[in-house]
Design a protein around this ligand. Structure first.
Ligand code: PSU
Ligand code: MN
Length: 297
């Protein structure tokens, strides 16, 4: 696979150091400028401060980059960019377009580069709209990475998403929790069958997972001080109603719903989204450090 790997990322991987992959759709399609660039830069700083090397994945002029440098990050944050999932990736590369990478595509590229840990906000999943299921789910099943998230995005059918994760054999682990994380709200009332209470415990489970010939892990990390469910549900209903009126389809659904939620909540959902992204980046770094330690032994 033709990808460009950032020299510092490459170097760290060669020395079995700790690297955390980050997605870029949240930057290209999730936030208005200039907050989008500030967010991506701040997530990288969180990873560095926790002792690991960040690798934000993105696509510039058809080139898949694992570890955007400062100039590339700035460029992608301000450029016209597609949303690259796996099913439209080849076309984007072939046409030399710019793109933010979704969870699915970030997993694909990070895996090709040899990265083991990935931190994102909320994963894509089963939508309320009939037959719309994110490619994120199949990718979580396919690639042998540890993905840290705050649960499925709250705009989704969360219960169906958890069922699909199970069908696809994605090992979902609650970090310091027994219930699935609820993205904007800390926890859902959906039970998880596994839990871990430290980054070391996650690295240990990951080692066994690999020795069993299985793929990745999905870590559900509840946001601290999440939103009250009643409040969130009211805003969600409003956002869904407006999406229905627009009759949206395909990859525009997720960005539209998140933007509507931000609007109707007067940016309260954005504030929580930013916090959970930072928390996940931090936990991702701590896990990557433990995974690297195990590999060195
Ligand atoms: N964050 C946002 N907007 C987004 C996403 C994240 O603020 O659109 C992306 C994530 O990268 C996730 C993707 O992987 O949405 C899922 O989109 P879909 O349901 O179209 O697969
Ligand atoms: Mn979809």
């Amino acid at each position: 696979m033709n990808i460009k790997i950032n020299p510092q990322v490459k170097d760290t991987l060669q020395n079995a150091g700790a690297v955390v992959a980050l997605e870029s759709t949240v930057m290209t399609h999730g936030l208005p400028r200039p907050q989008n660039l500030e967010l991506s830069e701040s997530l990288e700083n969180v990873v560095r401060a926790a002792g690991a090397i960040p690798a934000t994945v993105g696509i510039i002029a058809g080139e898949i980059i694992v570890g955007l440098n400062a100039d590339e990050m700035k460029y992608l944050a301000n450029a016209k960019a597609e949303k690259a999932s796996i099913w439209n990736l080849a076309s984007i590369v072939s046409k030399k377009q710019n793109a933010g990478t979704t969870v699915a595509t970030t997993l694909h590229a990070a895996n090709a580069a040899g990265v083991k840990v990935f931190a994102t906000g909320g994963i894509g999943g089963v939508h309320h709209e009939e037959y719309d299921e994110s490619a994120d789910l199949a990718a979580l099943a396919k690639y042998p990475l540890i993905t840290v998230c705050a649960g499925p995005k709250s705009i989704l059918n969360v219960e169906a998403t958890l069922e699909r994760l199970e069908s696809l054999a994605v090992a979902t682990i609650g970090y310091k929790s027994d219930k699935l994380a609820g993205f904007h709200s800390s926890l859902t009332d959906l039970n998880l069958s596994a839990r871990a209470d430290s980054p070391k415990e996650i690295a240990d489970i990951y080692a066994v997972q690999q020795s069993l010939g299985l793929n990745g892990l999905l870590i559900s990390n509840p946001v601290q001080n999440g939103m009250a469910k009643e409040k969130l549900d009211k805003w969600l209903a409003q956002a869904h109603k407006e999406a229905k009126a627009e009759n949206l389809k395909g990859k525009t659904v997720t960005p539209f719903l998140l933007a509507k939620l931000a609007e109707v909540s007067n940016n309260e959902t954005v504030e929580v989204n930013l916090r959970l992204l930072e928390q996940n980046a931090h936990l991702g770094a701590k896990i990557a450090i433990e995974v690297a330690k195990l590999e060195k032994n």
